[in-house]
Design a protein. Structure first.
Length: 226
């Protein structure tokens, strides 16, 4: 017998630094998703979570910490501190979402009192962490770059995760793929995300979702499902 689904809403990184007009890494049209996210927040999800990219000033993803390298165009090799043979390539960014700065704040137009809990990510200065679950390091996983997200979803017996926020081609994508891989039925709401790379990047991301078991839906679909 199939149990009744228990849905979580995961609002990824809807922070000042990712939004025009004042963000340091503004996602084009980023603020446009807020009304849809507030509509979603009024639906009866079992659990409503928001994540924050929460970097220390010395975070390795900032080009400013790598003299001579430039944001957007430069990449670095990130090494697993617990296993130097495990590495991954990662893009460099302008300084963003630094702990204690205005750019780190969630957008105040969001209906934040409806959010049950805020999950912090990207706190370990040594590694990039797009996914709200964990850094890509596996062998062994770096525990300072594993969030409490999996435990929260497990504790609340969540079966389905609806992902929205910024940016569709980075943290939303990585979080949704990890969610599907973790065994949750996973949905991304088309009109509730925007990409650093604009519409072209969104089309590419949707192909990847299709391959990785993530469903792309719209707000009307979520209203019926919740
Ligand atoms: C993100 C780039 C750098 C995101 C975070 O939230 O998508 N993108 N850090
Ligand atoms: Zn970041």
């Amino acid at each position: 017998m199939s149990e009744k689904p228990r849905l979580a809403l995961l609002i990824v990184d809807v922070q000042e630094d990712f939004c025009p007009p004042n963000g340091s890494l503004p996602v084009p049209d980023g603020r446009a998703i807020i009304p849809t996210i507030n509509d979603l927040l009024s639906l009866p999800f079992t659990l409503k979570l928001a994540t924050k990219d929460h970097h220390p000033q010395n975070h390795t993803s900032f080009a400013s910490n790598h003299p001579g390298l430039k944001p957007f165009e430069s990449f670095i090799t990130i090494v697993n501190p617990n296993n130097p043979s495990e590495t991954y390539e990662s893009r460099l960014w302008p300084d963003h979402c630094i702990q204690g700065t205005p750019g780190n704040a969630l957008i105040p137009e969001l209906d934040l009192p409806k959010v049950d809990k805020i999950v912090l990510k990207g706190c370990d200065p040594r590694v990039e962490m797009y996914s709200a679950f964990k850094s890509p390091l596996r062998d062994p996983p770096l525990l300072t770059a594993v969030s409490e997200l999996s435990s929260l979803l497990e504790d609340h017996k969540i079966t389905d995760v609806v992902v929205v926020g910024l940016a569709g081609d980075y943290c939303v994508k990585a979080s949704a793929i990890d969610s599907a891989e973790g065994g949750w039925k996973t949905y991304v709401v088309d009109e509730a995300t925007r990409c650093v790379g604009g519409d072209v990047a969104w089309e590419e991301s949707k192909k990847e979702f299709n391959e990785r078991g993530v469903n792309v839906v719209n707000l009307e679909w979520v209203k019926k499902a919740s």
